[in-house]
Design a protein around this ligand. Structure first.
Ligand code: NAD
Ligand code: LMR
Length: 331
């Protein structure tokens, strides 16, 4: 039996937390032979509900579940965790842009950064899910300087998986046949879902789809607006797909991407593909040995360069807004 890994889920009494905790405890994130101890954090008003989640986890008799810690104390929650999935925060409601949840959420990420830095295992890998995901991850990074920047990421795998799903539905292929789509930039409606380097089986996506108008139009807007479309249908934001994609993100980061396959992750930008530096930007990445690297050398046409610029500009603007919110809260 392997030594259990301590996995932090913040916002664990919420809807993503409820979907995510059992998936992690069934091995979808760290593997089918990796026991886990779940550290579930929420705020005091959600404490009772959090206890209910723990009761259900016990009732599910999960073989990989070696323990559950439920707490409203951030320092207890972050103690020795090797994996941190940061879901806690306030979700977007109908009619709101992700930017609108900024003021509420960035201050959470500033304070939880310090706790992670102080208490987590030195090798901790952090995935920020809560919106605005890229900017929350950036604020976390800025406030946890001893955690290496490459160990702090945000979730754009859901957008990536949405793009795979749309192409698979369009051509009538199984989703596993579709690969190497890219989500560039922000987890927002300015993100650019790019299929120029992707394939269905051995056929380039463009040839398999045979509908350029769809690829340049409805495909892009569907993926960009899918979060809002789910909110409209469910009256709540996506949860099962977000939880599943968070597992995909962490699993590929830790266990590696299959040879010749890349995935999208929000990572600290080194300026690749002319993206602005010092923001968290979604790039195509390959993972090996627990490390990600940005796929280099992809041809970028003028149209794509314009889309990358727009989403990069939004992230620079979001960063300024986040810093302003934090300043206003401290003054
Ligand atoms: P939810 O409201 O159901 O759950 C959020 C939980 O966070 C609540 O239980 C709340 O009490 C808790 N919380 C609030 N402040 C906290 C704090 N300081 N510390 C710990 N917990 C805290 O929301 P949800 O639907 O689970 O969504 C969570 C977040 O994920 C939202 O910001 C949402 O917009 C975002 N989201 C991101 C993606 C993505 O792809 N990146 C996808 C879906 C949702
Ligand atoms: C999503 O993409 O489903 C989430 O980010 C929720 C939202 O606010 O769109």
């Amino acid at each position: 039996m392997k030594k259990p890994v301590k996995v932090l889920i913040t916002g664990a009494a919420g809807q993503i937390g409820y979907a995510l905790a059992p998936q992690v405890a069934r091995g979808a994130m760290l593997g089918p032979d990796q026991p886990v101890i779940l550290h579930l954090l929420d705020i005091p008003p959600a404490a009772q509900s959090l206890e209910g989640v723990k009761m259900e986890l016990i009732d599910a008799a999960l073989p990989l579940l070696a323990g559950v810690v439920t707490t409203t104390d951030v320092d207890e929650a972050t103690k020795d965790v090797e994996v941190a999935v940061m879901v806690g925060g306030f979700p977007r409601k109908a009619g709101m842009e992700r930017k609108d949840v900024m003021a509420k959420n960035v201050s959470i990420y500033k304070s939880q950064a310090s706790s992670l830095e102080k208490n987590a295992a030195p090798s901790v890998k952090v995935l920020v899910v809560a919106n605005p995901a890229n900017t929350n991850a950036l604020i976390l990074k800025e406030n946890a300087p001893s955690i290496p920047a490459e160990d702090i990421t945000c979730l754009t795998r859901l957008d990536h998986n949405r793009a795979l799903g749309q192409v698979a539905e369009k051509v009538g292929a199984h989703v596993t046949e579709v690969k190497n789509v890219i989500i560039w930039g922000n987890h927002s409606s300015t993100q650019f879902p790019d299929v120029a380097h992707g394939s269905v089986g051995r056929t380039p996506i463009k040839e398999a789809v045979k509908d350029d108008e769809w690829l340049k139009g409805d495909f892009i807007t569907t993926v960009q607006q899918r979060g809002a479309a789910i909110i409209k249908m469910r009256g709540m934001s996506s949860a099962l797909s977000a939880a599943s994609s968070a597992c995909d993100h962490m699993r590929d980061w830790i266990h590696g991407t299959p040879s010749g396959t890349f995935v999208s992750m929000g990572v600290f930008s080194d300026g690749s593909y002319n993206a602005p530096k010092d923001i968290v930007f979604s790039f195509p990445v390959e993972c090996k040995g627990g490390k990600w690297s940005i796929v280099q050398g992809l041809q970028i046409d003028e149209y794509t360069a314009g889309k990358l610029k727009a989403t990069g500009d939004e992230l620079v603007e979001e960063k300024a807004l986040a810093l302003q919110c934090l300043e206003e809260q401290t003054s």
